[in-house]
Design a protein around this ligand. Structure first.
Ligand code: SF4
Length: 421
């Protein structure tokens, strides 16, 4: 209990209400082995003894980093924690528990905080999941990607669908009542029928949340290096669109509400942490390659693992780990608000946008013309002052969104002064 400025005590709940909310992301850059398509910042850890040492040093560094932020974060209440990676559950449970204890010690965790951990089937057991549940984890995000074992092998995944099913059952038995399953479409050789079987398999497990991402061939990955060889097996754009639209229909008929381009949830189970990104709310990301948006500043930490550890263990050595830092001005914030808001099925409310940023971004003739065309052709809706992408529009969201955002400062200035009207 603290004192009210005018006397009397402030309850914990009142205190939480007075603090601004913050999402906390902890990056765990380890995986059992690297998947063929993955360009996330993570390293394979097969060598047990050596890996254990690295993980211990990394855990120690993260503990220090959280401690560094304890003062600054005292003005915030953390209502979501997301431990992502990599595969966080590659870390021994004892280390994960120490990290979770430190989160609790250094940050004002709200009573109903959503605490998610990402996991892969081969790195969890019923007892490890039970232990994580006891440590406060209340949401699990598990990578299935496909229920077709030959697709899994092609992706370089080290689990099979049976292993996934067993891990899912373990999570339920451990008392985790909110589980996400990650799936993928556009896998080489995948057909709409095979994706449908994967969706049926996932839905039959009765998760609360499903994410469905389109495979992208990234350059610095084994898939990127085999692009030419893979090309003939990749579903073409029409087939991918068919897969995406069929998945949306199937998931809707199975009770999953689409709330973002790639995310579907049962009522009340949208991921609160990820919603912060799309709603331009504040979050702090710790760990190499982790990004933050805090106090109007966007920043990220280095992708260099040893620099990260050295900077935290030996702060007087002057190792710089901030790799980006920029203050986001009103124009950029307005652009991000449109770009991220349109990813959500709720879209962007034009009235709220104008109130927040002081101009109507659809006032420019060229934007009005494009909007009209997108609506006419079924890519967008514009109802009751709210702009949103349709499922067909979501499939080509990058193109549509970038065509609507003002290109430069002059365009913003024109919109603000009304000369574009
Ligand atoms: S498990 Fe996830 S993070 Fe790790 S290599 Fe595979 S896709 Fe990347």
């Amino acid at each position: 209990m603290k004192q009210h400025p005018g006397g009397g005590e402030i309850s914990d709940t009142e205190q939480e209400n007075m603090l601004s909310l913050l999402g906390l992301y902890l990056h765990i850059p380890f995986c059992r082995s690297k998947c063929s398509y993955c360009d996330f910042y993570s390293m394979p850890c097969a060598e047990r003894q050596e890996a254990r040492k690295l993980m211990q040093s990394y855990t120690d560094a993260l503990l220090l980093h959280m401690e560094d932020y304890a003062g600054a974060a005292s003005h915030h209440a953390v209502d979501t924690v997301f431990i992502g990676g990599g595969t966080p559950t590659v870390l021994p449970v004892s280390m994960l528990r120490i990290l979770l204890d430190q989160v609790d010690r250094c940050f004002n965790l709200t009573e109903n905080a959503e605490i998610t951990i990402e996991a892969n089937p081969e790195t969890v057991s019923r007892s490890s999941l039970r232990s994580l549940r006891r440590a406060g984890v209340n949401r699990l995000s598990m990578g299935l990607q496909s229920a077709n074992d030959s697709e899994l092998r092609l992706l370089g995944r080290i689990h099979d669908s049976n292993g996934f099913g067993a891990a899912f059952a373990d999570a339920r038995a451990a008392g985790i009542g909110n589980i996400n399953i990650d799936l993928m479409y556009g896998i080489p050789g995948q057909t709409p029928e095979s994706l449908r079987r994967t969706l049926e398999y996932a839905v039959a497990l009765e998760p609360e949340h499903i994410s469905l991402y389109g495979l992208k061939i990234e350059e610095n990955t084994p898939f990127g290096r085999q692009r030419e060889a893979l090309e003939p097996y990749l579903p073409d754009e029409d087939t991918e669109l068919e897969m995406y639209l069929d998945a949306i229909d199937f998931l809707a008929s199975s009770g999953f509400i689409q709330y973002e381009i790639s995310n579907f949830a049962r009522e009340g189970y949208a991921c609160r942490h990820n919603l912060k990104y799309w709603r331009c709310e504040e979050y702090l990301g710790l760990g190499p390659a982790a990004h933050s948006y805090l106090g109007g500043v966007r920043f990220a930490y280095t992708r260099n693992f040893s620099d990260y550890i050295k900077a935290l263990e030996e702060p007087d050595k002057g190792v710089i780990i901030l790799s980006e830092r920029s203050r986001i001005d009103e124009d950029e914030r307005a652009g991000e608000y449109i770009m991220l808001g349109l990813r959500l099925t709720e879209g962007v409310d034009m009235g709220s946008f104008a109130e927040r940023f002081g101009f109507d971004f659809t006032a420019a003739d060229n934007v009005r013309r494009k909007l009209h065309m997108y609506v006419e052709n079924g890519f967008m809706t514009a109802d009751a002052g709210r702009l949103a992408l349709t499922p067909k529009g979501m499939f080509v969201s990058n193109y549509i969104i970038s065509s609507l955002i003002p290109c430069d400062r002059e365009e913003y200035a024109g919109l603000r002064s009304g000369t574009e009207l």
